[in-house]
Write a protein that binds this ligand. Structure first.
Ligand code: RIB
Length: 309
């Protein structure tokens, strides 16, 4: 895929330090398990998407908050080293940086508990202050690890200024999504998240995409894990693109890698089918490596996988 232009991406979301322990399996309630050494790895759905987009060749701004602590300094530094502009990443006094406790079991499945810390202090005003870069962006990437009021303001600003908005509805709220969030151009859940927000049982991709479109989303891109992904919109055409065969090591941040890939590919003008294939490759590579941000692929690695299959 020849890069005809550098996509301009703004990510509004969370920045976390992940504390990760590898274990043979996930613990049962009340059980104590012994795992490997605890690793401290930069993560957060927002920051992961920002780093992923930058490694794919986009110009990226990160909008969010970190605490005035050691983790915060390491996280900002890591973003900058990856070429992400942190002008709109605020350091907040008296609060810890976001932290995620992650257990990864053999085969790659994980379990995450999040402590939002400074992410919980992101305001609609923070989002408004980033308007100069939002209105110039090709795409704005959103997730749900910061207050909904801030995400809603971002959706409104994108609508007003004709900027493509992409929502990863994760973590999926059990109470469902605020109606205003369905005004995004692209909603991109996985099947579990979609079932949670739609309160559905025995869901199929056809049912999920139809319901999300009925709620108001412009396009639905459903992540199906190793089965690939599906695109649907109001034309009634549904496109399924198969996934890549890989041996998963750790699925942490695979969804973030996918979403960043999708946004970059669409911003560069790829068709839906090609954008899904590109995004599938981004997600697949992230599954083959341990940790969140260290697992995110660079553009040349993605192109190599696309050429080889
Ligand atoms: O999507 C993966 C991310 O979810 C992790 O990096 C962790 O920080 C949690 O936010």
């Amino acid at each position: 895929m020849v890069q005809k232009k550098r996509a301009k991406i703004v990510v509004i979301g969370s920045v976390n330090m992940d504390l990760v322990i590898e274990c043979d399996r996930l613990p049962h309630p009340g059980e104590t398990l012994t795992g490997q050494d605890c690793a401290t790895i930069p993560g957060g759905k927002g920051a992961n998407q920002a780093v992923a987009a930058a490694r794919l060749g986009a110009d990226v701004y990160m909008v969010g908050r970190i605490g005035d602590d050691t983790f915060g300094r390491v996280l900002r530094d890591g973003l900058e080293k990856n070429g992400v502009n942190t002008h709109y990443l605020k350091t907040t006094r008296g609060v810890s940086s976001g932290t995620a406790m992650i257990v990864v079991q053999k085969g790659g499945e994980n379990s995450i508990i999040l402590s939002p810390g400074a992410n919980g202090k992101v305001t609609a005003k923070d989002v408004e202050s980033a308007l100069p870069v939002i209105r110039n962006a090709d795409a704005v990437l959103l997730q749900l690890e910061i207050p909904t009021s801030a995400v809603l303001r971002a959706v409104k600003l994108c609508k007003k200024h004709g900027v493509m908005s992409v929502l990863d509805p994760a973590p999926a709220p059990v109470s469902g999504l605020s109606q205003g969030l369905y005004r995004v151009d692209i909603i991109s859940p996985n099947e579990t998240e979609a079932a949670t927000i739609l309160k559905g049982k025995n869901t199929t991709p056809e049912w999920i995409t139809r319901r999300l479109l009925e709620e108001g989303a412009g396009h639905v891109v459903l992540k199906l894990g190793k089965r690939g992904s599906v695109h649907a919109d109001r034309t009634g055409v549904m496109t399924h693109v198969k996934g890549f065969k890989i041996r998963p090591v750790d699925t942490t941040a695979a969804g973030d890698s996918f979403t960043a890939g999708l946004a970059v590919a669409r911003a560069e003008g790829l068709s839906w089918a090609d954008a899904l294939r590109f995004a599938n490759a981004c997600g697949a590579i992230a599954c083959t490596r341990f940790g969140a941000q260290p697992s995110l692929p660079r553009r040349n690695e993605v192109l190599r996988l696309l050429r080889s299959s």
